[in-house]
Design a protein around this ligand. Sequence first.
Ligand code: ZN
Length: 375
Amino acid sequence: MARYYFACHPADLLDEGVDDAFARLRGEIGVDGVVIDAVAPARLALRPRIAQSPKIASHEAAAWFQPDSKCYSATRLRPNAAKAIKARNAMAQLCNEAASQGLAVRLRIDPLENGVLTDRNATAACVDVFGRPHDSRLCPSNPDVREYVASLVEDVSTNFVCESVELANVDFGAGLYARCDPVHGFDVSAMESMLLGWCFCSACRQRAAERDVDVDETVSAVQAHLSRIFELQPVEAASRFVEQNAHLAGYRRSRIETVTSLMKMIRRRAKRPLHLRASGDSLEAGFDCEAVADCCDGFVLAKPCGGKPPAMKMLTLEIACHPPETADGPALVSAVHDASGGKYTSICFSEYGAAPEPCLEWVRQAIRFARRESA
Ligand SMILES: [Zn+2]
């Protein structure tokens, strides 16, 4: 039978009151556990149910725990603890309270989108094909960043009592400019947007050069392709363009190898089961599910996988419990029923603090219905 989790941001739990929130999650809504952000990107969220605290939560990218300095001796990067928790060790409190109420805890680390750290460590940021460093994206090729991410996993999995660690978006992401405003007049496909977002920092260049890729040729080819688009000239499909150019194909393979080797390094430092969640188009982000399957105990999927799921003991499906992704209660009951039928070992609803009041009742009904069906 599937287990049910609710994803929770620490700020929302602390502002609601940890005891009250966990009592509600366990006793009323009926989840088996919570997925709590231990390291989260910047966040601007509307919290419709909060009465006493600000309805709009605004937080910089941060760690929501006090880092154990022993774990970070081999990297120049240090986690920046969230200003909202000051010197408190909020994560220990959250883990202890959850355990006392019978809730399992998974701790999520989403470490590479962090504008505070790129400000402090300019050379650790991704660099685009035109040579501009990115404002907030740390590069997974950079040796300090790699050691930093592995250290975070070691720190969290050693110092907090949790069922598992969920590592999210540790890859090249959806491209550096995935959130850029649409460009009017250009037909920029998702794949070309990826090309615009390929990282060419010194670490990425070096790793590719070690694999006999001519990096200058790669940069020239990408720039030329993009220039033709900017001049509204016809171009071949970006995926074929990459496949047919040996330099680009090699650079793409180097990105995948970079992420795969990082996962192997992280696996050695994890003290608890490790679940991996890829960015959207995982292979283009450098995340090869088959190659990293040996480095983890499970995958977290952001949408149902068509066809055969990855062969994994633990497979978690995330389901948004609110509109527009889920229109109403019956739609959620149906989605959870379909997902609970075998291939997913757990369902994680997103996300507790941002869910309007009626959506919590939808979740309660969906869990109750799915449990009754599988009893
Ligand atoms: Zn890079």
